[in-house]
Design a protein. Sequence first.
Length: 465
Amino acid sequence: MTERDLLIVGAGPAGMAAAATAAELGLSVTLLDEQPAAGGQIYRAVSSGGAARGEILGEDYLYGRTLVEGLGSERITVIPEATVWQIDESGWIAFSRHGKGQKSAARRILLATGALERPMPIPGWTLPGVMTAGAGQILLKQSGLVAEEAVLAGSGPLLYLLAQQMVRAGSPPLALVETQTRADFSASLRHLPSALRGWRMLTKGAGMLSEIRRAGVRRYRGASSLSIEGREAAEVLVFECDGKRHHLSCRTVLLHHGVVPNTQATRALRLEHDWDEQQRCFRPRCDAWGATALERIYLAGDGSGIGGAAVAETEGRLAALAIACSLDRIDTSERDRRAKPLQATLRCDLAARPFLDAAYPPSSESLRPADETIVCRCEEVTAGQIRGYAKLGCQGPNQTKAFGRPGMGPCQGRYCGLTVTEVLAEANGTTPAAVGAYRQRFPLKPINLGEFIGAGCEETRSDGA
């Protein structure tokens, strides 16, 4: 097993930028990603999409080609279709590719695992025809397909981006049903002066809304009591808005109310995590360079806190500088010199984030859903059952596994975890920070014994999880 200077998990904007910068500084780099090609979710299939798809998805999407082209250095080895299932703090990673387990080692590891779309549990969300907005984008980017007769529901700028792209594809959404309120927008205005430093992002948002409006897409703001009805698939989205109850006939419902850091790997490594009250999620603890409490482990991108693609790219480059410095390839003065313009860019790109977080908060009804709503789809556990566990003395997510198996299905709590935390916090009269999150342990993904043996993992960590 040859040791590289740097192993990167995740070929999105953070991982690609970090790989290119590290190679420029003379480091040998291996870049692992689950997808068939580099790009991550934000730049998925950017190298293979034609000109027509580029016109639909926009210039920001096509920019990803620049990052992909930056991986051409002979110092960079890109391994696609690699599912990472174990990471050791001593500097090795186990992964599977085409059903075979493999192992790779490095002096430093950068986790650029990106974000997960926050689940939006509402009545009927398990019906066929209900997907996330992110899934709608995957259809567009990967296959050039557009969801037909679709309603977009929830909160956040991604809804506007997807609506704009659907308009350009010739299949505009039937409506935008938004849960953020006028009170949310009023609360966000205190952040507007500082947000103006990120005026480019705000201008893009205004342009999206203008394009959606010209296409005649209906918008409902301040919607509540959302539910999806249908006999065998989604047929109607029901909601209340402006004192009226609405029924929108549709074939597809695309739900979204924000994204959250993917913390599976960082939790399995037992790194400390902090509760982000504004974004209603946990984020792993690291410094401004992405360094963690573990000497060999660094973080960058949305996996360490939601900032968006531009922020992720810059954080990837900063992490690469820090890693090169820690390996004595550059000294601290050179690191700081190179970092100065990147840090200025980062401040500018982050300027609008407090405004956006306040203006487009996740729906409170989805954070703490009604009793009959399924929260854990894998094990079909409802919010009411979790509240029942709290009455019996359940204090945290890990205890719920003994009461009723939430978090024990194929996703291992990736998608139900935050909702379970919110429901328990409310039921026990405490805070999400106090309740905590599901523990994670390796392997991160289901594997067979052949993959385990093939990677040469004679034993895995077990520390009471």
